[in-house]
Design a protein around this ligand. Structure first.
Ligand code: COA
Length: 395
């Protein structure tokens, strides 16, 4: 194929890189669906477990299917003892995303079987695929919570089978069972972050998966991509930014200064959405719910955030820049007792459902990713032996 006629598009903006049935978004309408189901309906009526099933299998589960999937997830929450030892050797001030990536990358060594998948070339061993989806998805919350405990110098809290995914995660993080409102909010956050078409980390997962790499490395690759502040790392920065602003009265001046300096406002803007991200709307609704549940005692930063959204509407909306999913999620997580640098790992827990759904879809019709490039370097030139090169030091 002659590729010279294809224009280079920075960031591949608007270039279809795959065909998928998993999720759809309309950035002009603010619509996001998973397998055709509106995100707002899933956040309201489904659990994370059910949402993961929908993403991975394409349909709403029957009660029996959901009970079986949920049971498998509960049974697979424990990770091997040696993973805990790996964590003990990591520096306690290292970023949790790096700890998470390291431990997820190691999982394939504890749960081998990759050769079963490659034995038939590109056609995957479906049993291995299903087993690894369960194992990785179930382990994610355990790994994030384990690192939180270990870096504080505490023993990890073993997962419990009698709790839902969201309840168990908060229990392992905070050493207490969450109240039903907190658990429901955590669950909805997991639903909202589970999938988002072909974003950077999902693309990374697809590229890695297309080489038939083991699924834990597919997820590790996606975790690395999610870690950057232009993707999943923004929610942590949102709260630091709200702290820096300090109070609603200071928002307008701060924002003017920020924009004059050509700095981004964290938690705003999206490549696809040109209206407010529908997930940001739902998250704000959850914040209001928590506000009511706690009789107004959520976070003083919420007032700063609302004022920032109001001021930004005047200055950034004409460019199609509105709050994205990261703008309100951090406020919720902080209110649930989660440290700021764990916000992106929680995003990763949830997005693992989407990454693995895409991995499975990719394997069903795989072709290795191998794009081309516009070469801008030298034409072939003669090689100079070391003896003929001039020293770079004077004299
Ligand atoms: N703050 C201030 N201005 C912003 C902005 C933000 N967060 N996001 C976009 N803009 C402005 C750009 O400066 C640009 O202005 P210009 O036309 O005057 O140069 C215009 O809006 C278009 O933005 P662009 O950089 O082309 O958008 P993009 O699609 O390349 O980038 C993001 C999308 C997400 C990388 C970008 O919006 C961003 O950096 N946001 C902050 C980080 C963040 O919250 N990430 C989480 C995403 S879910």
């Amino acid at each position: 194929m002659d590729t010279s006629t294809h224009a280079y598009i920075p960031g591949l903006q608007g270039i279809p890189a795959t065909q998928s049935r998993i999720s759809f978004l309309d950035g002009q309408e603010g619509l996001l669906t998973y397998r055709g189901y509106r995100i707002v309906d899933l956040a309201r009526h489904s659990t994370f477990e059910e949402t993961a099933w929908v993403l991975i299998n394409g349909e709403l589960p029957t009660p029996e299917q959901l009970a079986c999937f949920d049971g498998e997830l509960r049974a697979n929450r424990r990770v091997k003892y040696n993973v805990r030892d790996i964590m003990k050797f990591l520096p306690i001030d290292g970023h949790p995303m790096e700890a998470l990536q390291t431990c997820v990358a190691s999982l394939g060594m504890f749960y081998p079987g990759q050769e079963r998948m490659t034995a038939h070339g590109v056609s995957a061993d479906s049993e291995f695929v299903e087993q690894m989806i369960i194992k990785i998805l179930a382990s994610m919350a355990t790994l994030v919570a384990m690192w939180e405990r270990i870096r504080r110098g505490d023993d990890p809290i073993p997962p419990r089978k009698d709790l839902t995914y969201a309840e168990n995660f908060l229990y392992m993080m905070n050493e207490r069972e969450p109240d039903p409102v907190e658990a429901r909010i955590m669950d909805a956050c997991l639903v909202l972050h589970a999938e988002h078409t072909i974003n950077a980390s999902t693309f990374s997962a697809l590229v890695c998966g297309s080489t038939l790499a083991p699924p834990n490395l597919v997820v590790a690759s996606a975790i690395g991509t999610l870690a950057g502040p232009l993707h999943g790392g923004a929610n942590q920065r949102v709260l630091n930014m709200l702290d820096e602003i300090g109070s609603p009265a200071k928002v307008a001046d701060w924002l003017d200064q920020r924009l004059a300096n050509k700095q981004v406002v964290w938690g705003f803007g999206h490549r696809e959405y040109k209206v407010k991200d529908p997930r940001a709307d739902i998250l704000q609704g959850l914040l209001e719910q928590l506000h009511e549940h706690r009789h107004g005692d959520v976070s003083p930063l919420y007032e700063v955030a609302k004022e920032l959204e109001r001021c930004a509407a005047e200055r950034l909306a004409p460019k199609g820049v509105y709050p994205n999913v990261d703008f309100y999620s951090g406020l919720l997580y902080e209110a649930l007792g989660i440290p700021r640098d764990q916000f992106t790992p929680i995003f990763a827990i949830s997005r693992t459902a989407g990454w693995l759904a895409h991995w499975k879809e990719q394997l069903s019709n795989n072709r290795i990713f191998r794009p081309t490039q516009e070469y801008q370097g030298y034409a072939p030139r003669s090689y100079q032996p070391m003896s003929e090169r001039q020293s770079s030091f004077p004299g």
